[in-house]
Design a binder for this molecule. Structure first.
Ligand SMILES: [Zn+2]
Length: 225
């Protein structure tokens, strides 16, 4: 986060995306997002973001709010899971939402791959998670991220369901920067891992992975056509 600040990056809110991608000088803008609703987002990330005056959006799967057990998809040993991967409480989510620059987005109720669900179930996963968050934070919820978020995990149908549910954006895990011609219901994002600390983080932010993505697409195009 210090690197972002030192290198002149400005953090934006998801609500700003539509306008930012129309702006020619959008290169030094970054949207920070956190998925699932881990308590460590509240305990570790929030103080850093708040102290640095950075904006971020936290996408929450609502079935696990206030749960006394770690998220069900966490596979590490119990004591590590309890230490690092517990869900946030509704009080913590309220506090996050009330912090300047923070937005709360929906991430379904039970964190399943939408593409594998019947339309009615997918629709309920989207709408019920929005409704649950609205009742916790008492303000509207207009942003969403797809669980797992890879190309196979959501379809055009799910993008349409998000739009029909009143959402303004939906985010994937397609690993590249946002382009000018982007569909607001399949926005790419670069995942940052622990091993990215330092140079790799800078490369991700500065667009190195966009070159990789371009290379991959050109390569695949030339070899499949
Ligand atoms: Zn997730």
């Amino acid at each position: 986060m210090r690197w972002l600040v030192d290198n002149g990056y400005e953090t934006i809110s998801p609500e700003d995306i539509a306008q930012v991608i129309r702006t020619p000088s959008s290169r030094k803008k970054v949207l920070l997002t956190f998925d699932d609703g881990y308590r460590n987002t509240y305990e570790y990330a929030l103080p850093i973001l708040r102290d640095a005056g950075l904006k971020a959006c936290i996408f929450i799967s609502t079935a696990y709010i206030d749960s006394a057990t770690p998220f069900p998809w966490i596979t590490c040993d119990k004591s590590t899971a309890v230490k690092y991967y517990m869900p946030m409480s509704s009080a913590q989510i309220k506090e996050l939402a009330a912090t300047e620059g923070m937005s709360i987005g929906a991430h379904t109720v039970t964190h399943q791959r939408l593409a594998r669900l019947p339309a009615e179930t997918a629709d309920a996963e989207i709408r019920d998670s929005i409704r649950a968050l609205v009742s916790v934070i008492e303000r509207s919820v207009t942003h969403f991220s797809y669980p797992y978020g890879a190309k196979k995990d959501f379809t055009e149908r799910d993008m349409a369901l998000c739009q029909a549910a009143g959402l303004h954006t939906a985010m994937t895990t397609a690993a590249r920067s946002i382009r000018k011609s982007e569909n607001l219901f399949s926005l790419p994002r670069l995942t940052v891992y622990e091993k990215d600390a330092g140079t790799n983080f800078a490369l991700k932010v500065e667009g190195f992975y966009d070159l990789y993505d371009l290379y991959r697409r050109v390569y695949l195009y030339r070899h499949l056509h």
